[in-house]
Design a protein around this ligand. Structure first.
Ligand code: ADP
Ligand code: G6P
Length: 467
């Protein structure tokens, strides 16, 4: 078996007793190493301005972690700049929040070159290389220009909007336009893949007859849909176990028989947290009978806090939570419990199992693993209800959810009431359909199908089809 080399922006070497940082990518990537040895390369999360510092290497289980620090200018221009103030907002359909500068784009391209330099010394010719997410789109070009001919795949964890939005990215040909150096590009949904295919057509690429491949500047690249999954069976076991923990007992007692709504997201404007709280406000306003009978627990660790748009959004949430709690709260009941820190996986799984409904209502999301974790965590005999945004990638798979439009406050408030009143039989049948979907398409399935497709894309019959 060839080694798997995974490259992603943020790589956290596990430490005992420390929960992994929140974020779907890291959870998915870690699972990819389950049955195969390999290297996980990326940024350590630390800043170091000494250009001679070598990457740090650490072995944990069958993963060799190779992490490199970033200099202050790289961190600002590449991470806080082009990746998270241009690509993240625009790929999440938020052109209004994007802030472009040429120095940030230069920093983005420079760091991709630096990553290729540092990774090169660890690569062997038969390694399979799998690059993840929007920070590292130009990495394949950088690796190819250093002579690496390995199979090279890319997976975009976040949405890919229609071409009109992609063309708002200044100088997009330098970032999105260099994807043809990959052998395979994976998207979360057919919609994302089709949007990218249309962008390619407009940009002059020659599409294959099957619509699943294209030719550009003499190279052939396959494109496909690979909806990311979770470790479904393990997650379900964790949740069952967690239901008996002291932590869960205390939480259950603190509710004094009230129903629980849960929201779990990084503090990110794409997650629709403001819209969600407004809907909960509307629900309490229009359904006074439910006041003091339901608690909304929103667990939201801070994310990318140095970026102004994140600070603005955090302040808006603080204000809104205070406003709702002030208006409806009583001495013995706080409507919204708002927490800004991560929880361990088992505790979260237990919270999901206890909650009567999960509010997973992003304005846009590549997939949203929280939605799948909530389904996995339920007691199949008495499951809770998933309230899910139509704009999360997960909505394409989770047909048993109550699908909502996060821009419609009344619709979301109505779904909250429906969830609380839903008969057990209906909850069970909706849950069964969803559990079947996430059991079939679990994380192992995702890894296998992507890597098999990457191997296929290097074989001659596929190459012949397009030429
Ligand atoms: P994103 O990747 O945009 O953050 P996802 O929903 O796809 O969104 O993935 C988030 C991952 O991070 C999930 O596995 C979720 O359990 C985890 N996570 C989110 N919030 C927390 C939290 N407060 N504590 C611990 N883990 C969290
Ligand atoms: C999302 C992105 C990942 C990112 C994660 C956490 O899942 O798709 O690429 O790692 O959020 O964000 P951060 O900026 O803290 O790494």
């Amino acid at each position: 078996m060839s080694r798997l080399v995974i490259v992603s922006n943020r790589v956290t070497v596990p430490e005992p007793g420390k929960p992994p940082p929140p974020g779907g990518l890291a959870i998915a990537v870690k699972a990819a190493f389950k049955n195969r040895p390999g290297i996980w390369f990326g940024w350590s999360g630390k800043i170091d301005d000494n250009p001679n510092t070598e990457p740090t290497v650490a072995e944990r289980d069958n993963i060799t972690y190779v992490v490199t620090d970033l200099a202050t200018a790289d961190y600002q221009e590449y991470y806080n700049g082009f990746a998270n103030r241009v690509l993240w907002p625009i790929l999440h359909y938020r052109v209004d929040l994007a802030e472009f500068s040429r120095s940030d784009l230069s920093g983005y391209l420079r760091v991709n070159g630096l990553f290729a330099d540092k990774l090169s010394q660890f690569l062997q010719p038969d390694d399979t290389i799998w690059v993840h997410d929007y920070h590292l789109i130009p990495l394949a070009r950088e690796l190819r220009s250093r002579g690496h001919q390995n199979p090279l795949g890319f997976f975009l964890h976040i949405p890919c909007p229609p071409p009109d939005l992609l063309f708002t990215i200044p100088r997009q040909e330098q970032s999105l336009g260099v994807m043809s150096h990959y052998d395979l590009i994976g998207f979360q949904t057919d919609n994302d893949r089709d949007n990218y295919a249309r962008y390619l057509q407009i940009s002059g690429a020659h599409m294959g007859r099957d619509g699943q491949s294209y030719q550009h500047e003499g190279r052939v690249t396959r494109i496909g849909t690979f909806p990311v999954g979770i470790e479904t069976a393990e997650y379900a076991r964790d949740a069952e176990h967690a239901a008996h923990s002291d932590f869960l007992r205390e939480l259950r007692e603190s509710l004094s028989g009230r129903q629980l709504f849960v929201g779990v997201d990084r503090l990110d404007y794409s997650k629709g947290i403001v819209h969600r709280i407004e809907a909960f406000d509307h629900f309490l306003e229009t359904e006074p009978n439910w006041r003091n009978r339901v608690v909304f627990l929103q667990i939201t660790p801070k994310s990318r806090a140095e970026i102004p748009e994140y600070g603005d959004m955090g302040r808006a949430v603080n204000e809104l939570v205070g406003d709702v709690n002030g208006r409806y709260g009583e001495a013995s009941w706080t409507p919204i419990r708002y927490i800004n820190r991560p929880y361990g996986r088992e505790d979260l799984a237990g919270i999901f199992r206890l909650a009567a409904a999960a509010l997973v209502t992003p304005l846009r999301d590549g997939m949203n693993l929280v939605a799948k974790e909530y389904v996995a965590a339920q007691d199949a005999e008495d499951p809770g209800v998933l309230i899910l945004s139509q704009f999360a990638g997960a909505a394409a798979e989770l047909e048993g959810a109550l699908i909502v439009n996060p821009h419609e406050t009344e619709g979301m408030a109505a779904a909250m009431k429906t969830a609380l009143l839903m008969p057990r039989d209906e909850r069970k049948s909706r849950h069964a359909v969803m559990y079947e979907a996430i059991a079939k398409n679990d994380i192992e399935h995702w890894v296998e199908t992507f890597l098999n497709s990457l191997t296929e894309s290097k074989k001659p019959p596929f190459m012949a089809q397009i030429r």
